[in-house]
Write a protein that binds this ligand. Structure first.
Ligand SMILES: C[S@@+](CC[C@H](N)C(=O)[O-])C[C@H]1O[C@@H](n2cnc3c(N)ncnc32)[C@H](O)[C@@H]1O
Length: 276
């Protein structure tokens, strides 16, 4: 048997993790319970991403699609969709839950680093909530650029390494891990749950600066034509806090922000154009 490379082994762990997260992702996009900051920000993010996806895009790839969170809206716009994810469970759920014209949607298990599509196959490629789990940003952006047609767009999201909120979150994780180790040594209950992604060291979960993304994007022939920084996902549910976060997300929608605003959004969304 061929040796398994470290990056393939890491991808296996990512796949197994997301195989068990299907219900969580379906729940995150459920309507209702407005004011729950976690759910509100997921739905806000979906609106932001769809708003940045050109309506003229007819062939759309959603890579790392989870349970097909954009598929229904893309099909309603008249686009043909390729819904691709590393996780078998996510793809199986997407194909069961997405109604509409299935002849215009193709559901596949696949790896972003080895996309089984010819050069220039898509008018738009969406890559939402995925880059942080990959072994190489450089490979990923090159592959996204390759499958996108000239004049087309790639839309990526990334945890914003410049955000003080994210830095604070990382400090909190380090403290929680240390507390957990001490508690375990004293034979006390092991909290927080070590199976949560936040507490796993064996799954990559990185943040990036905009410069880092743009450096690799530029090497792949992509240039930023829109950038939005929004607040995504609190590590816990904050009833009543959703209104504030929603107001910010409504403010950033449609604005291409630079300067100090970049620091506040926990997640960046870049629309990258492939030269025509
Ligand atoms: C945080 S979820 C995001 C799901 C969805 N895009 C959303 O916006 O809610 C990340 C998804 O990326 C998938 N993923 C991770 N690495 C991948 C890879 N190398 N190729 C394809 N999908 C991948 C995971 O299986 C998971 O479903």
């Amino acid at each position: 048997m061929a040796p398994v490379s470290e990056s393939d082994a890491a991808k296996g762990r990512v796949r197994r993790y997301f195989d068990r997260e299907v219900d969580g992702y379906l729940d995150a996009y459920q309507p209702g319970r407005s004011g729950d900051a976690r759910r509100d920000t997921f739905r806000e993010r979906r609106d932001l991403v769809l708003g940045m996806t050109p309506a003229s895009a007819r062939r759309v790839l959603d890579i790392g699609a989870g349970p097909g969170v954009f598929t229904r809206q893309l099909l309603d716009r008249g686009a043909d969709c390729w819904v691709v994810d590393l996780s078998h469970e996510m793809v199986a759920t997407a194909s069961r839950h997405v109604p509409g014209d299935l002849r215009r949607a193709c559901f596949m298990v696949g790896d972003l680093d080895r996309l089984p599509f010819a050069d220039g196959s898509f008018d738009a490629a969406l890559c939402v909530g995925v880059l942080q789990y990959l072994p190489s940003l450089e490979f990923a952006l090159a592959e996204l650029a390759r499958v996108t047609a000239r004049g087309g767009h790639v839309i990526v999201t990334f945890p914003n390494a410049q955000s003080p909120l994210n830095r604070l979150h990382r400090v909190a994780i380090t403290v929680a891990r240390a507390a957990r180790a001490v508690a375990a040594r004293l034979g006390l209950a092991a909290t927080p749950d070590p199976s949560r992604l936040t507490f796993r060291r064996d799954i990559p979960n990185r943040g990036f600066s905009t410069d880092e993304i743009e450096r690799f994007a530029s090497a792949a022939g992509l240039t930023t034509d829109k950038a939005v920084y929004h607040v995504l996902q609190f590590p816990f549910s904050v009833p009543g806090f959703g209104a504030l976060v929603g107001a910010w997300n409504r403010f950033v929608r449609g604005r291409s922000l630079r300067g100090p605003f970049v620091r506040w959004g926990r997640e960046g969304i870049l629309r990258l154009a492939r030269a025509g």
